[in-house]
Design a protein around this ligand. Structure first.
Ligand SMILES: NC(=O)c1ccc[n+]([C@@H]2O[C@H](COP(=O)([O-])OP(=O)(O)OC[C@H]3O[C@@H](n4cnc5c(N)ncnc54)[C@H](OP(=O)(O)O)[C@@H]3O)[C@@H](O)[C@H]2O)c1
Length: 214
């Protein structure tokens, strides 16, 4: 198969398309033939080693000294199940799925094998593969923090970065859960954030929200 290999830490040019052996699912894994994936903020941090001081050192130790040792980065898959390991019951060949595996990655490729127990679900039929690929990163991260912070009716929530992948999901989830949402973003995204359900939007290019006092 063709895959995008991360040949070192650096700018996008370190990514190179190469031919690599097809992955084969282990007994508890599914093999997904990708139709779409996403380039996430986390991918860019890993690829570019965009961390400071000792965190860079920790990242090299965790991910690989000269380049990510897994070679293929990318944590979002949207596609069809091509084959399943013999212990897999939750998915079958041909299922349309979407999901995220931030630990194993490998989604900058035509195929990826992940455990069936990873954050993977059947794709709703009213979503395209591209739309489905846009959901897991922001949606799952935002959902985690909504639960952790017990966001709900009667809570006032400020979402900093409300127009980004995580922020757009967070605004919609917080609103859905009954909270009163204030979003922070740049001028060009004010209307977008309001349309997602924010009761108030602060343009960070014009106002510092920390000086508001409410
Ligand atoms: N620690 C972790 O494990 C972890 C995991 C995932 C993500 N993250 C971090 O979470 C952040 C959000 O991720 P994302 O995927 O949602 O990123 P994203 O899609 O790139 O969105 C970035 C957001 O930040 C806003 N922004 C940019 N410059 C700003 C500034 N100077 N002041 C205030 N807001 C500014 C953008 O607003 P405009 O576009 O309107 O300018 C946008 O809403 C990123 O920093 C990412 O690295 C951390």
């Amino acid at each position: 198969m063709k895959a995008v290999i991360c040949t070192g830490y650096g700018p996008p040019e370190v990514l190179q398309v190469r031919s690599v052996p097809d992955p084969r699912p282990r007994r508890n894994q599914v093999c997904i033939r990708l139709v779409a994936t996403s380039v996430t903020a986390s991918d860019c941090i890993v690829r570019g080693l965009k961390l400071r001081g000792r965190y860079r050192l920790f990242m090299r130790l965790a991910f690989g000294w000269r380049a990510p040792r897994r070679g293929i980065i990318g944590m979002i898959a949207s596609g069809r199940i091509e084959s399943v390991g013999r212990d897999v019951k939750a998915f079958k060949e041909g299922d349309e799925v979407f999901g995220m595996d931030g630990f194993r990655a490998g989604a900058y490729a035509e195929k990826v094998c992940w455990p069936a127990t990873t954050q993977l679900a059947l794709k709703p039929s009213n979503l395209s593969f591209e739309e489905a690929a846009a959901l897991p990163y922001g949606g799952l991260l935002a959902s985690f923090f909504m639960h952790r912070l017990k966001v709900g009716v009667g809570r006032r929530v400020l979402i900093y970065g409300a127009s980004g992948a995580i922020g757009t999901s967070a605004v919609q989830l917080a609103k859905h859960l009954g909270a009163e949402v204030t979003g922070v973003c740049s001028t060009g995204n004010v209307d977008l954030v309001r349309s997602l359900g924010a009761a108030a939007v602060i343009d960070y290019t014009k106002e510092d929200f920390t000086r508001r006092g409410d």
